[in-house]
Design a binder for this molecule. Structure first.
Ligand code: CP3
Length: 345
């Protein structure tokens, strides 16, 4: 057991220090592909799970205990900030997140409250509970959504394919969009600082839907706010990971925000991205999650190939290009973690 998580594989790789093998964790590792998740989920609603520190800790620990990954990620959701601001959030099975009061007008934006970090105390409590259980064995990653991605749910009122209303607000009412993004960014700074204070060992910012944006729109409506958030964090020596679906295009801008790690989607050649960045920025990624549906021989081959490609580079964290899908066989995920932990040198 590591008593000092600063010496862990994950933190060392995130800070671009040498490691014997790349550490591995997977986005959405605390979720529906595990039978044990459903055993808990069938008894509580999703938000009840997020808001009850004991249950959030139980779910956070599932992939730690069942997969042996090198970093835990807190079980929660990026939309809890939007709920704390006044969004009436529900999660319906098969539908996903929904806001009953979507944000479409100036009155709607004005009604959102930003001085609400105290409403998210349950997240700080969950972090403390998880850290007690981890007892220094591996680091814990906290997270928040990036303002553009959170905004998209508030404006659309639900998951969207094309982000039509959100992009219309950016294009027709940029001042309103900026007012909304600014409010989300303000709370997100307080929220991530609360997580750091509560004891997370790293934080990841999820901009899951940034790939919907044109370069100039990304710069004005997403990048500017991520920059503001990272600059506002009391980061100490805690690595900041910036994830964006679209990072294969936006990585040069993402680097300007000074994260420690950029989490890269699966479209890019990871080595090319790494070499395009300042040497002190690590990369995380970027296996196509669909590989985990494939035969084990294919999974092994793709992992070994990615590792070969990244050999000799400090600052590489094994992950997927985006989250694990709920119907990916657990056995395949476990096999992938075993290959990464036991077969890569
Ligand atoms: O990574 C982890 O394992 C930690 C937990 C985590 C969840 N959501 C749990 C969850 C994290 C980091 C998130 C972040 C999140 N939430 C993102 C960004 C990450 C990404 O994958 O891009 C986004 C876009 C959301 C919004 C959200 N929450 C969606 C789109 C959904 C799924 C809707 C659906 O039914 O497919 C959720 C719900 C959610 N968040 C679940 C889990 C385990 C499923 C809830 C359930 O049990 O039904």
């Amino acid at each position: 057991m590591t008593t000092n998580t600063k010496d862990s594989l994950f933190i060392r790789a995130a800070l671009s220090k040498p490691v014997d093998r790349p550490p591995v964790w997977m986005m959405r590792q605390a979720g529906r592909f595990m039978k044990e998740y459903w055993d808990i989920k069938n008894r509580y609603s999703f938000l009840e799970m997020c808001k009850t520190p004991e249950i959030a800790a139980d779910v956070t620990m599932l992939p730690v205990d069942l997969l042996g990954i090198d970093a835990a990620i807190l079980f929660s959701d990026i939309l809890v900030t939007a709920e704390a601001m006044g969004g009436q959030l529900s999660f319906t099975q098969g539908v996903g997140p929904q806001f009953a009061n979507p944000v479409r007008s100036k009155q709607d934006v004005d009604a959102l409250d930003t001085q609400v970090v105290h409403k998210l105390q349950y997240v700080a409590d969950a972090i403390k509970e998880v850290q007690q259980r981890l007892n220094g064995s591996i680091p814990l990653i906290g997270f928040a959504g990036a303002p553009f991605t959170v905004m998209s749910y508030l404006v659309e009122g639900k998951s969207s394919r094309d982000f039509k209303l959100t992009k219309l607000m950016l294009h027709n009412e940029p001042a309103l969009a900026h007012a909304l993004l600014s409010k989300i960014a303000d709370l997100t700074i307080d929220y991530l600082n609360m997580q750091i204070e509560a004891g997370v060992n790293a934080v990841q910012i999820f901009d899951s839907w940034a790939a919907a944006l044109a370069w100039d729109d990304y710069k004005e409506f997403s990048h500017a706010y991520i920059k503001r958030i990272i600059a506002g964090l009391n980061r100490q020596d805690i690595p900041i990971i910036s994830f964006c679906k679209g990072s294969s295009v936006f990585a040069p801008l993402m680097a300007e925000t000074k994260p420690d790690v950029i989490s890269v989607d699966w479209n890019a050649d990871l080595r090319t991205v790494k070499e395009s960045l300042p040497a002190n920025i690590a990369v995380q990624g970027n296996l196509d999650p669909h590989i985990l549906y494939a035969d084990k021989a294919v999974i092994r081959k793709r992992i070994v190939e990615l590792h070969e490609r990244m050999k000799g580079q400090n600052g590489f964290i094994f992950n997927l290009g985006h989250g694990i899908m709920p119907d990916i066989p657990f056995d395949n995920v476990k096999y992938a973690v075993e290959v990464i932990k036991n077969e890569l040198h």
